[in-house]
Write a protein that binds this ligand. Structure first.
Ligand code: PPS
Length: 301
């Protein structure tokens, strides 16, 4: 069953949100049966899954993982798109490819914890969960809904704000997503890393990732990873910014995937009333998740 849309929203008939086990999948992109099979995947210790709520820095992590694996050699990021080398596990066909792939299998996902391989729970493999302050996530996702042809084009920011608060979008409710993972932090080999800490000090963030993944890099290799993972440089790399994706999926005339890459753009979008409401919901829902967020770029420069 497809989710009823506001009559004012525009959505392609090819791609519709389809509810599956209290989570929305996208028709013609995800196959519910295949998504359910992910739980039974056999996991190796070298498998690394980057998990994010949409717009939290997935492409950034794909870039960093590839560069760490290649010890800073940039050939890897100029050959094939990041999304082919570090694929999504929830896309149709991903299971077969995962089984056949040689180690290390580096993957990304927007799925909640309940869909993930059960073996993660026996501390097999590794998960890197990227968190980003949800006000900036909301704004980035708003723009992405206009850019991505497979997502419904919002009527306006206010309508999108309401949908985000209700979780009526791919990824569902931001609060539920983070809670689903945070509540299993002691069961899984998991590293929580914040988008804002990567903006603040990318080198330290990459070092933390290397330690977690048992990877040793020389100073020069580390510097190369950092240099080629900055927003400014990634913007220029078609493989890292989805320039290669067809108009059927991304409206390239509506913007670019690498949009602003900063902290605090929500201030240019939220009304005072929206901000107060968001803060109230945030306080209520995040009581058991003691994570501190950076909401403003001025706090770190
Ligand atoms: S998606 O569609 O869910 O896979 O999007 P995702 O890759 O998770 O998030 C896209 C946002 O991340 C920003 N981004 C970066 N910011 C800073 N530095 C680097 N290197 C970087 N790479 C990607 C990207 O610009 C999107 O955020 P916004 O706020 O829209 O600019």
């Amino acid at each position: 069953m497809a989710v009823p849309l506001d009559s004012t929203d525009i959505q392609s008939d090819n791609y519709r949100l389809v509810p599956h086990r209290d989570f929305y999948l996208i028709s013609n992109i995800h196959n519910p049966e295949e998504v359910d099979q992910i739980q039974s995947w056999k996991i190796q210790d070298s498998d690394v899954f980057v998990v994010t709520y949409p717009k939290s820095g997935t492409i950034w992590m794909q870039q960093i993982l590839l560069l760490i694996e290649a010890k800073g050699d940039t050939t890897i990021i100029s050959t094939k798109p990041n999304s082919e080398q570090v694929p999504w596990i929830e896309l149709s066909g991903a299971g077969k490819e995962f089984i056949a792939a040689p180690p290390p299998r580096l993957r990304v996902s927007h799925l909640q914890y309940k869909f993930m391989p059960l073996a993660l729970n026996q501390r097999k493999g590794k998960v890197i969960y990227v968190i980003r302050n949800p006000k900036d996530v909301l704004v980035s996702y708003f723009h992405f809904h206009k850019f991505a042809a497979m997502l419904e084009t919002p009527k306006d920011f206010n309508c999108f704000f309401e949908k985000f608060m209700k979780g009526e979008m791919y990824g569902n409710c931001w609060f539920e997503h983070i809670k689903s993972w945070y509540s299993h932090k002691d069961d899984v080999n998991i590293l929580f890393i914040a988008y804002e800490e990567m903006i603040q000090d990318l080198e330290s963030a990459v070092k933390r990732m290397c330690m977690f993944m048992d990877k040793e890099l020389t100073e020069e290799q580390l510097a190369n990873v950092v240099k080629h993972s900055t927003f400014r440089n990634m913007r220029l790399i078609p493989q890292a910014n989805y320039e290669f994706v067809s108009e059927d999926l991304l409206n390239h005339n509506q913007g670019s995937f690498m949009r602003k890459g900063t902290i605090g753009d929500w201030k240019n979008h939220f009304t005072v009333a929206q901000n107060e409401r968001f803060d109230k919901v945030f306080q209520e829902k995040m009581e058991e998740v003691p994570i501190t967020f950076i909401w403003d770029i001025n706090y770190i420069v």
